[in-house]
Design a protein around this ligand. Sequence first.
Ligand SMILES: [Zn+2]
Length: 130
Amino acid sequence: MKKEYKELLNALLKRRDELVALEGHTGQKGLENLELGHGDDMDIAESVVEQEMSMTIRNRASREIILIDESIEKLHRGAYGICESCDQEIETKRLKARPFVKYCIDCQTEMEKNAEESAPGGGFQFGKLE
Ligand SMILES: [Zn+2]
């Protein structure tokens, strides 16, 4: 394994620990808020908002954990740092900034461009090939 990748693996593991802690923490906080509601409308509204926020944080954390797990798995089988779209090596500089990216900068840019084009109206528009 490349030396840079070993550092990235450590960074990924550390980040993963943080996310797991965050996941557990926000989960508990949500439950506490629910139990503390005393029937006041404002309190209920606030605790619902807080719960939704913590749900969002947790969902985001869960998704990131999945991405990190995939990256760690790829590191172990030597497939890490390869773009999933064009099989080119992803720049180490890019990996250091975002260790769990799946695509090289070219493919990512291309995908974001396509996503923006299909964004108005929402969702993908099939059959819109030029
Ligand atoms: Zn690519």
